[in-house]
Ligand binder design. Structure first.
Ligand code: T5A
Ligand code: NA
Length: 211
């Protein structure tokens, strides 16, 4: 029934998508349901703003400090690297990790600013490779219905369109699945739950891979 079984690893499942696609809403709902079922599961998010590196990223996003584009890209990547030991141990001990954004956001946002895609990918090489990326899509019209952008650095329509194009370029059909984020929260959740539980089942005997 998906509860802790000796020797089986957890799955690494990442939710990606543009701003207001519903990633955080869906990550919480998915984790809540998996916990209710008695599964070993943990929610993580990047950036993790609680670490010293995460606090530098937070200041940058809130536009209280300026940083060179390369520097901030490396900080976002470092913020993932500092979680790798913990994530590896958890996965090996059977805990499934649901992650709200990952290295794909890292490349998409920096490349949308004009940095080379090849350069952007390099610092993330060697990170744990997700078993599945669930890429949530919403049209700009639907996203606009979900309220005004806030005041964080990247929350502007023309920039979001560049980010969206970068995600489409990065999409790797061998382990990405697109999920329409346009239905109700419950409809989107049903689809994500189905894909996540399939992934947990399919991954438990597979080796952990690296990007
Ligand atoms: N970034 C991140 C980088 O530049 N490099 C990196 O390496 C990484 C990891 C912060 C920024 O950092 C950048 C990307 C970002 O610009 P963040 O903290 O994840 O990243 O961003 P947030 O602003 O917190 O989250 P988003 O704006 O991306 O929103 P979500 O999580 O996609 O959407 P969510 O769930 O908060 O929902 C948005 C609104 O829509 C409603 C919700 O209730 C909410 O009000 N909603 C729905 N309404 C109707 N129908 C549905 N199905 C709905 N689902 C949600
Ligand atoms: Na979010």
């Amino acid at each position: 029934n998906g509860c802790v079984k000796a020797g089986l690893r957890g799955a690494l499942i990442v939710l990606e998508g543009c701003d207001r696609s519903g990633k955080s809403t869906q990550c919480s709902k998915l984790v809540e349901r998996l916990v209710q079922e008695g599964r070993q599961v943990l929610l993580m998010r990047f950036p993790d703003r609680t670490t010293p590196i995460g606090q530098m990223i937070d200041s940058y996003l809130q536009q209280t400090v300026e940083l060179d584009d390369h520097v901030v890209h490396l900080l976002f990547s470092s913020n993932r690297w500092e979680a790798m030991r913990k994530m590896t141990e958890l996965l090996q001990s059977g805990t499934t990790i649901i992650v709200d954004r990952y290295a794909y956001s890292g490349v998409a946002y920096s490349a949308a600013k004009g940095l080379s895609v090849d350069w952007c990918r390099q610092p993330d090489v060697g990170l744990l490779k997700p078993d599945k990326v669930l890429y949530i899509t919403v049209s700009p019209e639907k996203a606009a219905e979900r309220g005004q952008f806030g005041t964080e650095r990247y929350e502007k329509l023309d920039f979001q369109q560049k980010v969206n194009n970068m995600f489409l370029y990065l999409k790797d059909p061998s382990y990405w699945q697109t999920v329409s984020g346009e239905g109700s929260i419950d409809v989107v959740h049903a689809e994500i739950y189905k894909l996540a539980t399939q992934t947990i089942k399919e991954s438990e005997h597979l080796p952990l891979l690296k990007l």
